[in-house]
Design a protein around this ligand. Sequence first.
Ligand code: CIR
Length: 264
Amino acid sequence: MANRSCSFTHAIARRPATTVVAGLRAADTGVPDHCSFKQHHADYVDALRSTGAVVEVLPPLEAFPDSVFVEDTALCLPEGAVVMRPGAPSRLGEAQAIAPHLTKHYEDIRSIEAPGFIEGGDILVTEREILVGRSARTSRDGIDALRSIVDAWGYTVREVSTPRGVLHFKTDCAILDEETILATPRLSASGCFKGYRIIHTAEGEDASANIVRFNDLVLVPDGFPKTAEHLVSRGYNLRPVRNTEAAKLDGGMSCLSLRFSPRR
Ligand code: CIR
C-alpha cells in the first residue's frame, strides 16, 4: 500500500560530476567510470519519472565529487525541509548548494547548525516516526538538532545505531510500505525495528538493502537475484537499476535522490 513515506510527487537528483572518480569510499573496489555512471543515473531518473513524479535533475557540481549522492544534503517532509550538515568535511558545501533548489517547493526551510552533523542517509522516515542512525557521519548533537526542528511539525525522532563499519543507517535498510522494512540481518539484530514487519536481505546480499520505494515502484540495484525474487514473491513491483559505479563509492538507490511531496 502506498503512503506518505513511499508516495511522492517530486524528486531532485544531481548528475554525477567528472570528479566523481575522486568520491569518498570505505574500500577501494575500483574507480567509477563517469560515462557508465551517467547512463545508470539517467536510467534511475527515468524510473522515478515513470511513476508520474516531477523529477528535477540538477547540473553536476564539479567541486564536490560526492554531490551525485544528493540524499545526504537535506530531509524533505511535507511541512518543510531541513538542510543537513554532513559529517564528511568534503561534503559540507553540498548542503549549502542544495538550499536554493528547495525554495521553490518550501516556505519553511531550516538548517542544522554546528556543532552537530547529520547526513540524510542516516534518516529513515516511516509512517509513525523518524529513525536516525548515529554513525561516523551523524552525531548525537545533529540528531538533537533535527529533533528540535521536526518536533514542531509533529514528528517523533528516535535515535538508533548504524552498525559499526556501515556508512549510513539506510545502507542497511529501506521502507517498503507503511509497516514493512527491508533490512540486513546485521541491522535488524539490534532490535531497532521492533513493531515493524521485517523482510531480510538474502544471505550474501547485504548490499541489496539500499533500495527505494517510490510510489508504485521499488527501485533495486541490479545483481541481487535472491532478495529480488523474495520481494517479487511478496508482491512488490521491482525496477532493477544498474548501480555498479555508485556502489564503488558506497552509494545505492536511496542516495541518488531527494524524494518529497511539499504541502504547498
Ligand atoms: C560518501 O561516502 O559520502 C559517498 N561516497 C556515498 C554516500 C552515499 N549516500 C547515502 O548512502 N545516502
